[in-house]
Design a protein around this ligand. Sequence first.
Ligand code: HEM
Length: 407
Amino acid sequence: MSKLPGNAGVSVLGDKSLEFYRDPVSFYRERIEKHRSRVFQCRLLNRPTTFICSVQAMRELLCEKSNVFQKDPTDLMTNMFGDTIVTTNGEEACLLRLSLTSLFSGSCLESSSDYITSVCVRCLKELSLSRQPECVYSVFKRLGTELVLGLFLNVRAEEQPELFQEITQLCTQHWHGLISAPVNVKVPLWSSGFSTALEARDKLMDIIKDKLENDTQGFVGTLRSLPLPDSSCASQHLLLFISALIPKALASLLTSFTLALSGNEQEEKRRRAIEDPDYLHRILLEVQRLWPPFIGGRRIADKDSTLGGFHVPKGYGAIYISHAVHRDPEVFQQPDNFLPERWSGRNAGQEHFLCSFGSGPRSCIGSKLNDVFLKLERLPALQPVCLCQGVCIFFFSSAAVLLSFLP
Ligand code: HEM
């Protein structure tokens, strides 16, 4: 069996994390070219790590060998969000997924469609009426935050503007702590980002616990009635669901969508997308293929195994890079070109080769959301759409509304 191309480097000094997180795209491109392989090794987070940049190895990692390549319980996510499904393995993860998935397929989400539509229309109409240049990413992030806080915490910006503002700020502080060094230092007039983040987390937890005790409606109401392993489980997961991560991901997708479809030369594409939901669906697939919001995901090898034909020793990390996987020329011809037509031609039925929402048994848990919304008669434009990942309902409904405003 072949040895992984590249070098795992020596402890600490050989670590490439800084270089990788500074510019992940150049990082992987240089190494693919150097090693002439879309699977190679490097030291990441001070651990020898297999980098996965091909569709076939991504499928092996996330689907066929998902029981060998496990989530890392010491991941930074645990530091900030506590024990959640994201860093859990085995039977515990299966049971949690089973419980939590029911949240995204129940009637509580169906009843949210009016809310989603009204938030999308209001936020995007304001954008179209603006007389000055706007940072669309910020507008979309606000839209995502309104959707997430309204749906998951029953806090609607128009009804409780101050509470909405407070939670938004706390979520941002909490998130910035996640990506700062985990050093909890506090001196007069200065505190580290991490300690500010911990304070923000405590305040958010107070708000969340209050909601869980007093709200019987919507998502919160359903969550508190679920069979979960302990009393902190519901609050930890709510903290995760309302984190700044999801609005950021949504804003990233919508910004890419806007950039891809705006301008005079895209007029024909916009017209087709408004008239034909199948075509809009293909555009959305192509947007997530070329510009996935997250880098990817990380696993640890539980025993000796292989990926892409290379030996991966026990204890090695493995990270899939969506941006690279989605440009694998074995599967996607002219990989850097924006070609929505590929999804009705050569790549028809190959949505499962995308990994913007992960893949396999540990893929994004928001996926059932879409199924619920597809059945809604009040949103007929959504019916023919079958995005494989459910949370795209946000993406889709906002994208559909957005289309009518694009210049
Ligand atoms: C545009 C929005 C979103 C994107 C791009 C996204 C992306 C992803 C990705 C790539 C993964 C897999 C990570 C891995 O392989 O390690 C994932 C997992 C997950 N997502 Fe999402 N997600 C989005 C929205 C949501 C929403 C709205 C929720 C729930 C409220 C959610 C909850 C989760 C959870 C709980 C997991 C972990 C599942 C597990 O470990 O079994 N995500 N998501």
